[in-house]
Design a protein around this ligand. Structure first.
Ligand code: SF4
Length: 399
């Protein structure tokens, strides 16, 4: 079985609105077919609204169009995200007035309105799903596609897998799972050696608690595979053991957590939209303005979360990295475009393979990695189309 992924490219065959991405989004929504949304359905538009200065998320322009399309079929849309992002969303231009619908915290005003779901993965028994998302009838997973420090890439799966849960589940349990694997042998490591390892790390990924004799690693900051400096320094001692499966555990958990959310929605009431423009190296949580390290792609939409994610990753792989845009603090980027690695592995290190999440999601039967692309209003077609008569504003027309 292959799943259909609808694609609107940022490229346009005419310098006219009918050929550009705004018009393509409307056509994409027609193809996604919101007619399965029933009158009075409560429609959760799960987004990440960014933090602080991090405004490079899904432009409110697109949000408004999606909200309008939901209202046209009789649904009651609302945008949802974690409470902090909702409260300061106004700083990045998202309000009820601009989006066209309310903005509601995914787990209530104190992040405590949750539904516990059983996962039994590694050391985690249960995680707390956002009650507001759980209550909704329809899910529109509206995602900004970008890089991610823990797993290379953040897209539709991560948007609900992390963003659909309360803060403690997100940060302590789902992110924390990477450290359930033993990776440091305290018996082999003297305090002096531990301190030396900390000092070798160019990304400050390691820290040492002398009192507890405990070495800690922040995996999001670690570029292992590209940078191996601590491993080099540890060659004669052998107390470190950083392996790909430790990083993969996070991706497997993301697939599990996302699946739990999908299970609360009827299959006909799940829609996935990846906006692959402004593809930054870090995720939207970072709260800063970043250069785009991959050329703009466009918008991908599907009823199949795995297919839309796989197609987005493949398109990013095809585009590759814009070398001149890579921030200078990425000191170990693999600049060989021919390396058998996804661009986000070249950036974040080979252990952060972004395809692992779709592999695990497919295993959980969340969808298929086999897809066919239907391009909406491709430039080759629109350049042959007769554009409607274009009206230029010679004088103010709003009187
Ligand atoms: S592999 Fe490199 S980035 Fe990772 S902890 Fe070791 S020194 Fe730091």
């Amino acid at each position: 079985m292959t799943a259909k992924v609808y694609f609107g490219s940022i490229q346009h065959g005419r310098d006219a609105a009918f050929a550009s991405l705004g018009a393509k989004l409307l056509k994409l929504l027609e193809h996604l077919d919101f007619s399965t949304i029933e009158k009075n359905d409560k429609v959760a538009i799960k987004m990440h609204l960014g933090f602080h200065d991090g405004y490079q998320t899904v432009p409110v322009f697109f949000v408004r169009r999606i909200v309008k399309a939901v209202k046209e079929v009789g649904g009651w849309p609302f945008v949802t995200d974690n409470p902090t992002s909702i409260y300061n969303a106004v700083d990045r231009g998202y309000t009820q007035e601009t989006c066209g619908c309310p903005l509601i915290p995914v787990a209530g005003v104190k992040d405590g309105y949750t539904k516990s779901v059983k996962v039994d993965f590694k050391n985690v028994k249960e995680i707390d799903m956002g009650g507001v998302l759980h209550d909704a009838d329809v899910l529109i997973d509206l995602t900004h596609s970008k890089g991610h420090a823990n797993c290379g890439y953040g897209g539709a799966i991560k948007n609900i897998a992390l963003g659909g849960y309360s803060g403690p589940s997100r940060w302590n349990k789902i992110h924390g799972v990477e450290n359930t694997y033993p990776w440091w042998n305290d018996k082999k490591c003297s305090p002096e050696h531990a301190q030396k390892l900390v000092e070798t790390c160019p990304y400050n990924a390691l820290s040492y608690d002398k009192e507890k004799h405990k070495l800690n690693i922040m995996r999001f900051a670690c570029h292992v595979g590209n940078c191996n400096e601590c491993l080099e320094a540890d060659k004669d001692v052998g107390c470190l053991d950083l392996r790909p499966e430790q990083f993969e555990a996070f991706q497997e958990f993301m697939a599990i957590a996302a699946n739990k959310i999908l299970e609360t929605f009827d299959e006909k009431k799940r829609f996935f939209i990846n906006v692959a423009i402004d593809i930054t190296p870090h995720c939207d949580c970072l709260g800063i303005i970043q250069p785009a390290v991959v050329p703009h792609i466009g918008i991908l939409a599907s009823r199949d979360i795995v297919a839309v994610e796989q197609a987005t990753l493949d398109m990013i792989a095809e585009k590759g990295l814009i070398e001149s845009e890579i921030p200078s603090y990425f000191k170990h980027t693999n600049l060989n475009p021919k390396a058998d690695l996804h661009p986000f592995q070249r950036l974040w290190g080979p252990y952060k393979n972004p395809y692992l999440v779709t592999k695990h999601a497919e295993k959980l039967k969340m969808g298929t990695r086999k897809y066919s692309i239907e391009e909406i209003l491709p430039p080759a077609k629109t350049m042959k189309m007769k554009p409607p008569k274009q009206e230029f504003e010679r004088a103010p027309s709003f009187f």
